[in-house]
Design a protein around this ligand. Structure first.
Ligand SMILES: Nc1nc2c(ncn2[C@@H]2O[C@H](COP(=O)(O)OP(=O)(O)OP(=O)(O)O)[C@@H](O)[C@H]2O)c(=O)[nH]1
Ligand SMILES: [Mg+2]
Length: 497
C-alpha cells in the first residue's frame, strides 16, 4: 500500500502556510510562497536530499476549496466505514475524469496514490467547525496522517489542539518561520510514529541528516578558521609613485586594506549561509545587505567597543627600495618578495574547495598588484600594508562569524531574510577558557608573523582550535533548547501531542 520512498503530501486550506512549511522542511528558499491566496495551483514534488541521495519526498498541493460538497458526496455514497478509503479513490477518479472538484482532486491524488498526510493549519486564526469537513475527508482516506500547527500563538492554540486531536494521532506545533534542524528531526520521529511501514527508511534518513548537520558544522568551522588565518595574514604590496608622498596616500591605502578585509568577511558569511542551503540570491536581498552594512566591521561603534581605532592599527612599512619596473620583473620571475610569493602560492599546495576559492582570491589580488605596479609608471617606492597588528581584531571577526553562524542556524528557509541578531554583546570568545583564548591568540600571532606563507601545520592548529570552539558553542546552544530547559520554555512553544 505504501510507496517505496516515504512520501508526504502537505495539505490544508489556501494561504495557511503549506508551501512555507515545505520550504523550511526541505531547506529550499525557492519554493513559491506569497501572501496572495491560491499561489500553489498544482501539486509540486520536493525532496530532502543528502549527498545526492533522496531520503524522502514532500508534495506541495493547492488548498481545499469545496470540502462540504465533497464530503456530502462521500457520505451519500458510503455503505460502511470499511469502504471509506475506496470511496475517496472513487471520488478522485470520477471527478478527475469529469473535471469537477479540481482542487480537491489535485490535492487528494498523491494521497490516494500512497502519500501520507501532513495537514497544515494556521494557529494564528481561531478554530472554526467549518474545518471539520476537510479533516473528515482526510480521515476517510485511511492514510497515515498528522497535523501541523503553523504560526502558533498562545491565543488559539488550546482550541486547535483539542480539535485536531480528535482527528489526528499526532499533532505538532511547527512554525514555518522558526523551524530548526532539531524541529525537522523531531518531525521525522513523528513520521515514524504515524507511518511504521516506512520506519526503517525514516530512521536511515534521520541518521543521514544528523551526519549532514555535523558535516556542515565542520565546514562552517573550516570557513571561520580560514577567515581568521586569511585576515590575520592579509597584506597588500603597493608602490607609491616617486613624485608623491606616503602621507597623501595613507588614507587611500588603509581604505583598500579595509575593503580587502571586509570582502574576506562578507564572503565567509555568505559561504556559511550557503552551507545551510541559503542561496546567494536570498542572501543578497535588501535586508541582509542592510544588516551587513549596519554592523560594518569598520563602523566606529565596533571599534569603540573594542577600544581600538582601525586607523591607528594598520602597519604601513616600506619593504624595499626597488623601482616599480624592477618589482614587476621580480614578480613575473617568481622572485621571493611580494607578488612573486603570491604567484608562487597559486601553483603548489593542498586541495579542498575552499583552498581553491582562496587561491582565486589571491590570484585577483596579484592581478591588482601587478596593475598597481604598472600604473606606477616611472617608478616609485614599494610598501606593504598589513598585516593588521591588532590581536583583538581576529577576536572581533571570530565573535561576529559565530554570531552569524547562530543566525544561519535559526534561519528557516521560509523566511526571506535571516532572523534578527541576538545580543550583540554576546561573545563566543567569552565561552573559551583563559587558556584556550591564550592558545588561540598565540596561534594567530604566529599567523601574523608568518603572513607571507602560513605553514600548513599552523593552519591545522587554528582549524582544530576553531572547530573545538564551534562544537562547544553549538552543543551548549542545543542543550539550552532541550524541552524543560529555562531557555526553551521562555522562548518558544515546542512539541505537543
Ligand atoms: N509570520 C509568518 N508568516 C507565515 C508563516 N507561514 C506562512 N506565512 C506567510 O503566510 C503567507 C502564505 O504562505 P504560503 O506558504 O504561500 O501558504 P500556502 O498555504 O502555500 O498558500 P497557497 O499556496 O496560496 O494555498 C505568506 O505570506 C507567508 O510568508 C509563519 O510561520 N510566520
Ligand atoms: Mg502554497
Amino acid at each position: 500500500m505504501s510507496t517505496a520512498l516515504p512520501t508526504f503530501a502537505v495539505v490544508g486550506r489556501v494561504n495557511r502556510g503549506k508551501s512555507s512549511v515545505i520550504a523550511s522542511l526541505v531547506e529550499n528558499d525557492r519554493v513559491r510562497i506569497s501572501p496572495r491566496p491560491g499561489t500553489t495551483t498544482e501539486c509540486v514534488p520536493y525532496a530532502i536530499n543528502v549527498g545526492g541521495r533522496t531520503l524522502l519526498r514532500i508534495i506541495d498541493t493547492p488548498g481545499f476549496e469545496d470540502t462540504p460538497r465533497a464530503l456530502h458526496w462521500l457520505k451519500a455514497r458510503e455503505t460502511s466505514a470499511a469502504g471509506r478509503a475506496d470511496d475517496v479513490v472513487a471520488f478522485v477518479e470520477e471527478h478527475e475524469a469529469a473535471g469537477e472538484f479540481a482542487e480537491e482532486c489535485r490535492l487528494l491524488r498523491p494521497v490516494v496514490d500512497g502519500a501520507a498526510v501532513l495537514y497544515v493549519v494556521d494557529g494564528s486564526e481561531p478554530y472554526r467547525p467549518n474545518f471539520e469537513a476537510e479533516m473528515e475527508i482526510l480521515l476517510r482516506t485511511g492514510r497515515p496522517a498528522m497535523a501541523l500547527i503553523n504560526r502558533s500563538g498562545e491565543t488559539h492554540l488550546a482550541a486547535w489542539k483539542s480539535a485536531l486531536n480528535q482527528y489526528f494521532k499526532v499533532v505538532r506545533v511547527f512554525d514555518a518561520h522558526r523551524v530548526t534542524s532539531e524541529d525537522r528531526r523531531e518531525l521525522l520521529d513523528d513520521f515514524c510514529t504515524i507511518a511504521p511501514d516506512w520506519e526503517p527508511m525514516l530512521r536511515d534518513a534521520i541518521a543521514a541528516l544528523d551526519l549532514e548537520q555535523e558535516r556542515r558544522l565542520f565546514e562552517a568551522s573550516t570557513l571561520i578558521a580560514d577567515l581568521l588565518i586569511d585576515s590575520a595574514s592579509l597584506h597588500l604590496n603597493v608602490v607609491i609613485k616617486a613624485n608623491t608622498e606616503l602621507k597623501f596616500e595613507r588614507r587611500r591605502l588603509e581604505g583598500r586594506f579595509h575593503d580587502a578585509l571586509r570582502t574576506l568577511e562578507t564572503n565567509t558569511h555568505r559561504e556559511i549561509a550557503e552551507v545551510w542551503m541559503h542561496s546567494i540570491e536570498s542572501w543578497e536581498s535588501d535586508e541582509p545587505a542592510e544588516l551587513e552594512l549596519s554592523e560594518d566591521l569598520f563602523a566606529e561603534d565596533t571599534w569603540d567597543v573594542m577600544g581600538l581605532s582601525p586607523m591607528a592599527l594598520i602597519g604601513l612599512s616600506a619593504v624595499g627600495g626597488a623601482t616599480a619596473g624592477g618589482v614587476i620583473d621580480a614578480a613575473v620571475g617568481g622572485a621571493s618578495l611580494g607578488a612573486g610569493i603570491l604567484l608562487g602560492g597559486l601553483v603548489g599546495g593542498a586541495g579542498g574547495a575552499f583552498e581553491v576559492r582562496r587561491r582565486f582570491a589571491s590570484a585577483s589580488r596579484v592581478r591588482d598588484q601587478l596593475q598597481s605596479l604598472k600604473n606606477a609608471g616611472e617608478g616609485g617606492r614599494r610598501y606593504r600594508v598589513g598585516p593588521h597588528p591588532s590581536a583583538n581584531f581576529a577576536f572581533v571577526l571570530l565573535n561576529r562569524a559565530v554570531r552569524h553562524l547562530d543566525r544561519v542556524l535559526s534561519w528557516a528557509h521560509a523566511r526571506p531574510a535571516p532572523p534578527d541578531e541576538g545580543d550583540p554583546d554576546e561573545r563566543v570568545t567569552d565561552e573559551l577558557s583563559g587558556e584556550a583564548r591564550r592558545e588561540l591568540n598565540s596561534l594567530l600571532a604566529k599567523v601574523r608573523r608568518k603572513y607571507r606563507a602560513v605553514p600548513d601545520s599552523l593552519r591545522a592548529e587554528v582549524h582544530a582550535a576553531v572547530r573545538a570552539l564551534v562544537e562547544n558553542h553549538t552543543r551548549a546552544a542545543a542543550d539550552s533548547n532541550l524541552p524543560g530547559s529555562d531557555a526553551n520554555t521562555a522562548s518558544r512553544p515546542r512539541t505537543h501531542n
